[in-house]
Design a protein around this ligand. Structure first.
Ligand code: UDP
Length: 327
């Protein structure tokens, strides 16, 4: 039986492929290589280059891959700032892709899907930590597109016999323990990779966006989740669905928040580099603090975080220092 990984050449998807193979799963990958990297997927893996919105292409893939036991769905645009500039592009790719995927599942009788959702579906949360009961009120098109996808899956699961798990990621970071794959975006916007690019001398300094937030040191607080912990949650979710588990949603974080300055200090410790920094203006749309309550994933999926921020940055550093120019 095969796990079809949609978006398997991207940052999170490529780590899922890597861990699924190591655990003995048969894996096939779909990716349009717009943001993904062919080099991130082993050449031995069956690879279909194309777009999930392309119905004819998807029918071909599902016809060839006859034994799909489940999908992992990682192919979506995921930058908040970009989504504010180009909402239609986000809804087209994210929601449009989801339509075809659900149609294919129905047409080819594929029963299970594990789907990457996001803490951005919560917007500026009314409470912290954020549990699955916290109301979802996205404040940008990215979060809105993912919330729509969650709802599409819910209605589809009620109408057919497919089941899904939506995993709402908090701040994913880190890389495979041996540093052979990692985070490589064309225009990097995320805190940890930018800090490590400064450590490598590829940038002069890191600008911390704002120190007047309602947090202990005034900088934003985020909940960082290690890549390996994150992929483990996907595998546990797939096994849960295969065992007959009901469709559900889970918030995935470490339940521990780190301020931007704490992240910077940890990176200085891990890399042994000075990492020059300056304080800058706030970045629009940043909530003060986003921390997950992942109790439910512990109770239902038996998922528990094994790695802390230092481990996350150690693995990210292995990747960045061995691949300073990405793939
Ligand atoms: N951040 C920063 N400088 C940067 C990039 C990010 O201070 O060059 C801050 C950002 O404002 C936020 C935190 O780091 O408070 C995490 O941002 P990131 O873009 O990594 O993830 P997000 O929380 O937006 O998903």
């Amino acid at each position: 039986m095969t796990v079809l990984v949609l978006g398997g050449a991207g940052y999170v998807g490529s780590h899922a492929v890597d861990m699924l193979i190591k655990k003995g799963y048969d894996v096939a990958v779909v990716d349009n290589l717009v943001t993904g990297h062919r080099e991130a997927v082993p050449s031995t893996v069956r690879f279909y280059e194309g777009d999930v919105r392309d119905r004819a292409f998807m029918e071909k893939v599902f016809t060839i891959e006859k034994n799909i036991e489940g999908l992992m769905h990682f192919c979506a645009y995921s930058l908040v700032g970009e989504s504010m500039q180009r909402p239609a592009m986000y809804f087209d790719n994210n929601v449009g892709g989801c339509i075809t995927i659900l149609e294919m599942m129905e047409q080819f009788n594929v029963k299970h899907i594990v789907f990457s959702s996001t803490a951005a579906t919560f917007g500026v949360p009314e409470e912290s930590p954020i549990s699955e009961k916290t109301p979802q009120n996205p404040i940008n098109p990215y979060g809105e597109s993912k919330l729509i996808m969650e709802k599409m899956m819910k209605w589809q699961s009620e109408a057919t016999d497919m089941t899904y798990v939506a995993l709402r990621y908090f701040n994913v970071a880190g890389a495979a323990g041996d540093g052979h794959i990692g985070e490589a975006h064309k225009n990097e916007t995320h805190l940890i990779p930018i800090i490590l690019q400064v450590a490598l001398g590829k940038r002069d300094q890191i600008t911390i966006y704002g120190d007047d937030y309602k947090t202990e040191d005034g900088t934003c607080v985020r909940d960082y989740i290690d890549m390996e912990d994150l992929i483990n949650a996907h595998i546990k979710a797939l096994e849960y669905l295969k065992a007959g588990g009901m469709s559900d949603q889970f918030n995935l974080g470490s339940s521990h928040g780190y301020s931007n300055l704490e992240v910077l200090e940890t990176a200085r410790k891990v890399t042994g580099k000075e990492i020059p920094s300056q304080m800058g203006e706030r970045r629009p749309g940043d909530p003060d603090s986003l921390v997950a309550d992942s109790t439910k994933a512990g109770e239902i999926l038996d998922w528990h975080v094994a790695h802390d921020l230092e481990h996350i940055i150690e693995n990210a550093w292995k990747w960045h220092s061995s691949h300073p120019d990405g793939y």
